[in-house]
Structures are given as structure tokens and as C-alpha cells.
Design a protein around this ligand. Sequence first.
Ligand code: OOG
Ligand code: NI
Length: 268
Amino acid sequence: MHTNVNTLFEKLWESYLAVTPSAVTVHDLFDKTQGQEVVNDHIALRTFNLPGIGLSALAAHFEAVGYKACGEYHFVSKKLYAKHFEHTENPDLPKVFISELLLEQCSESLQETVRSLVANMDKDTVTQDNFLYSGRHWDIDYSTYQRLLQESEFAAWVAAWGYRANHFTVSNNHLSQFDSIEQINQAVKAAGLSLNTAGGEIKGSADVMLEQSSTLADKHPVAFTDGERDIPSCFYEFAKRYPKPDGSLFTGFVAESADKIFESTNAR
Ligand code: OOG
Ligand code: NI
């Protein structure tokens, strides 16, 4: 486990950039117009709820550098469970959203496939420093990926990409030259990128204290045992937070919006 939170995020960023070339375009868009560092609202990671590699195993890496669990979320039709984490001392550090696929709710065949992939993984790797950005620990062929895709886009994504951040999120609240998600969306589209339109370009509203949008994941080559293929990798998100009745900014997530953000990595 890392002891330095900044090193952990730097490494997560590097492994994300390696498969998400459009992230450079997005990052430049806001860094150049702002002349300052982009502040990340949050990042997200995914896993399966198998012993030793579930949500809590990933969370332990963040807990080791000062994070604590703050909210939980259920996605019934996607068969996912998630929690979000905040840093106990530094509210400017990115929040972390971790989700796991509830395998016991999936078909026997999906369960068997996932168990056999994960069986190839050395369980000690889970506690190593680099685990959260270590990618895939098993071989997979393209037809297995496609079979998973038919039942669960989430399962197929984790099976193909393994452990890495699936998105970083620009905090609109920290951008001085963009007042709204709408304005950000215009700039992102003008830069030639496509937005995830599931549930509309903007998910949420001031009423739920959170507005979000995201790009569609890049298509990036993955090595399958039977050859390399381009499949959806990772994406960029934009979030604007609104104050709670007590005046402090809302720090949670909105399940109905998150449900649509997951679809940023859907095959299409
Ligand atoms: C996480 C989707 C949810 C949000 O901001 O609501 C999310 C994922 O795609 O793994 O990031
Ligand atoms: Ni997100």
C-alpha cells in the first residue's frame, strides 16, 4: 500500500493516460484556458465482489492514505454496489467512487468465466503498492470478452482492463472561466470529442445538488490471446456541485446519474 496519497494519484493518472489519449485533449482544454492545474472532483474504480478482490480490498488502499467511506449506492438492474470515499483531512483531494459487480446475481456461466479469470491472479498482488493501477492479471480471448459483454458491460470492461481508474473528473467548481456543465460540454464537443448522451448530456440538476456529464470512452487496443482489438477504455467526467441547505457543498453522488455515467464505457 502507498503511504503517500499524491504518489498514488500520480500513478493512477499515468495508467489512465496510457489507455485514454483523449484525456490529454480534455486536460489541455481546461489547463490552457485556466492557466492553472485542473482540480479533480473524483476518480472511479471497478471490481468483482469476489473474496479478496472486492470493493473493500480496493478501498483498503485509500483507507491507508486517510480516506473513509461516506456513502453507498445500489444499482439494481446493473447488479452493482458502490461506495464513495472522502479524505478525512484534506477536502481538496479527489473523492473516490468504487463499485463491484454482484456476481451471485449473474448467470452461472458469467460467474464461472469470471472465477476462472480471477483464479489466475496471485492474491498477494492485491495488497501491493501498484495494485490499483496494475491492469489485468489474466489472459482472455476476444470471444470470452464478447460473451461477457452480452450480459454485463461492467463485467466485460473489468475482464479486459483489470485494475485502473476508469475516469478522472474535472471539478467545474474550481474552473474560473466555465460557469456551467453546459459551457464545458460545448468546449469539449468543439474540441472534437463525443459526450455520453445516456440520460441526456447533463445528468442531475441543482435540485439533487450535482450536475455531471462525461465523454464516451476512447477506443483503445487491448491484447486478447487471439489478437489485439480496439475496445472502449476510459473516459473523462465533468461535475458541478451545489450547496446543501447548511451552505457547504454536497459531497455525495446521485445514484440515478451514476447509473448513466457507467454507460460511458459501453461498446457501441
Ligand atoms: C462509475 C460511475 C459513477 C459518478 O460520478 O456518478 C460515477 C463508473 O463508471 O465506474 O462515476
Ligand atoms: Ni464519476
